[in-house]
Design a protein around this ligand. Structure first.
Ligand SMILES: O=C(O)C(=O)C[C@]1(C(=O)O)C=C[C@@H](O)C=C1
Length: 116
């Protein structure tokens, strides 16, 4: 792969601006960014589907006076996701943080439903 760094007048590496990138580098960057955009779209659609499911769980829990959070279930989900992350060569700590972030939002939604 070609470098986008050129040497400045003082001998230090000067970074190229976005406007003067080599054409082949530009094409490769565009190809990768197109894939990133597709993946981001898939993530958004998958999260939307997940929140549709958890909304139903929220109504079910509220109707049956069940607590919004289920720490035992969460522990099993985290263990499973960490294993999956490891197999997929994704940092398990990152996978755990992401799941906790999503679940915290779900619990907030459950609490809103329970109050309504
Ligand atoms: O499975 C549940 O009981 C849920 O409410 C869903 C969910 C989740 O988002 O996966 C959210 C909160 C619970 O603490 C555990 C899991």
């Amino acid at each position: 792969m070609k470098h986008t760094e050129t040497e400045g007048t003082d001998g230090t590496a000067a970074m190229s601006t976005n406007d003067d990138i080599d054409e082949s580098v530009r094409a490769e960057l565009t190809r990768l960014r197109d894939s990133i955009d597709n993946i981001d779209a898939a993530v958004v659609h998958m999260l939307a589907e997940r929140f549709k499911c958890t909304q139903q769980v929220g109504y079910l829990k509220a109707a049956h006076k069940l607590p919004p959070a289920d720490p035992a279930r969460e522990a099993r989900q985290i263990e499973r996701l960490r294993d999956l992350a490891e197999s997929a060569k994704l940092d398990p700590a990152f996978a755990e943080k992401l799941l906790n972030f999503i679940i915290a939002e779900v619990i907030r939604h459950h609490e809103t439903i329970a109050r309504s």
